[in-house]
Design a protein around this ligand. Structure first.
Ligand code: IFM
Length: 457
């Protein structure tokens, strides 16, 4: 039977996780300490003092987990390698036992007919490098390229899909700006440095990677509340200016250097006001602008803002003085994020228009809800509705010309949701943390059917 909504032939279906969020085994086989180990142990930083020490115990349970992925019909599994597992001190010799784990994981994925998509940096920086300045130090970019080369040397005979960075905005602006993520630094100048040095690390690493190259960014259309209701709403000059600034900080700060070899003027102006531009050296943008095959999109909700009528204190991000981040009415996830699938089609169409030379893939999309276990089921109809709406938005964007190649749900499992600990559950598979039992939620079974028919009924 032909589904109501059918995706193009060869559309990629998968699911994603990240090392610190699922692996556990934090002290095994020579793994070094990461900034998240340290941050999670700092009182008050992570809800209820949760840590990634055990997480989903994926490190030991990966054979069963791969079988589960195969049962769901996934064609791709996106996971990240943990830098401190591979290079425990951040720089220096690689740890063969750390690499062995990824070897085993890749082999079992391939045996199950699942393509591994490897992300090289999903936020678990070795603590030893943080002690030397972390991403505010230029050296970290070079150490990242060395570590990436070590992973590539071990796995590239079987892995041909590589993502350098995951969400450098979050690492820079939540890790070094607001401090709600590791390493917990609160300094605007450090945030801009961390952003640039990650981009430099991306470019340096990309020069030595072969296969299909991806850079994954968290992106969102930046809109006023009125534009959510009416796409054609005419903006005031102040709102238009507010949108330009926030879009530059959130989206173009990473897109333009990586894909065009330039920084948006707004970002340079704002960074200049917050510590200067000395960290950007001649030649950096040429290094950063490496040919990539796919732009990875992590989308959860639009960024809703407007020019503030009165004073707004303090600014949410550096450079957003006078701009209000608006909470809008309507359905929300357990994270308090608004559910607006049309934001995804809007984003995809815009990216295809503004950056036409790169293919697109959704590397993350999904939602946390307050799931209930009923007998042997998790009837998470809110998550099914969320995924259904966003897949329809993907389909719409393809119909409007977006070159979207695939969709990877976030996340395969409930896992360590950073500062929220284990309280927020994004998985399509439930984890009972006391027993480590895996229970596919209704959304997982629904997703299996979507994959099977390459479309939605
Ligand atoms: O869990 C995170 C993931 O690590 C990065 N993207 C957003 C997800 C949900 O917050």
């Amino acid at each position: 039977m032909t589904p109501d909504i059918e995706f193009p032939e060869g559309f990629i279906w998968g699911a994603a996780t990240a090392s610190y969020q699922v692996e556990g085994a934090a002290r095994e086989d020579g793994r070094g300490v990461s900034i998240w180990d340290t941050f999670a142990r700092t009182p008050g930083k992570v809800a209820d003092g949760h840590t990634g020490d055990v997480a989903c115990d994926h490190y030991h349970r990966y054979p069963d987990d791969v079988r589960l992925m195969a049962d769901l019909g996934l064609s791709v599994y996106r996971f990240s390698t943990a830098w401190p597992r591979v290079v425990p001190d951040g720089s220096g010799p690689a740890n063969p036992r750390g690499l062995d784990f990824y070897d085993r994981l890749v082999d079992s994925l391939l045996d199950a007919g699942i393509t591994p998509y490897v992300t090289l940096y999903h936020w678990d920086l070795p603590q030893n490098l943080e002690d030397r300045g972390g991403w505010t130090s230029r050296d970290t970019a070079y150490y990242f390229a060395d570590y990436a080369a070590a992973v590539h040397a071990r796995l590239s005979d079987r892995v041909s899909n590589w993502t350098t960075l995951n969400e450098p905005w979050v690492c820079a602006f939540l890790g070094y700006g607001s401090g709600v993520h590791a390493p917990g630094v609160t300094d605007a100048a450090s945030a801009f440095k961390a952003a640039h040095h990650q981009l430099l690390g991306h470019g340096l690493a990309a020069q030595n990677l072969t296969g299909t190259l991806t850079l994954t960014l968290n992106m969102a259309p930046v809109v006023t509340p009125a534009q959510i209701v009416d796409v054609a709403h005419v903006l005031t000059d102040d709102d238009a200016e507010a949108i330009r600034r926030v879009d530059a900080l959130l989206n173009r700060q990473f897109l333009d250097p990586a894909l065009k070899g330039t920084y948006p003027a707004e970002v340079l102006d704002i960074a200049a006001e917050h510590g200067g531009l000395d960290h950007i050296r001649d030649g950096d943008l040429e290094i950063i602008r490496q040919p990539i095959d796919l732009l990875g999109i992590n989308y959860y909700n639009p960024c809703v803002i407007q020019a503030a009528a009165g004073a707004v204190a303090p600014p949410a991000w550096p450079g957003t003085d006078g701009i209000e981040f608006v909470t809008i009415e309507g359905p929300q996830t357990a994270m308090g994020w608004p559910v607006i699938p049309s934001g995804l089609s809007r984003l995809l169409v815009r990216l295809s228009h503004d950056y036409p030379d790169v293919g697109l893939i959704i590397t993350e999309n999904g939602a946390a809800f307050h799931d209930k276990v009923v007998g042997d089921r998790v009837p998470d109809s809110d998550r099914v509705a969320y995924l259904d709406g966003h897949l329809r938005a993907c389909h719409q964007a393809i119909a409007e010309g977006a070159d979207l190649r695939g969709y990877l749900v976030w996340s395969l499992f409930d896992n360590f949701e950073w500062a929220e600990g284990y309280h927020q559950r994004f998985g399509i598979v439930r984890i009972d943390y006391a027993t480590q039992r895996r229970l596919p939620k209704d959304s997982a079974l629904w997703y299996r059917d979507v994959i099977q028919r390459n479309g939605i009924e």
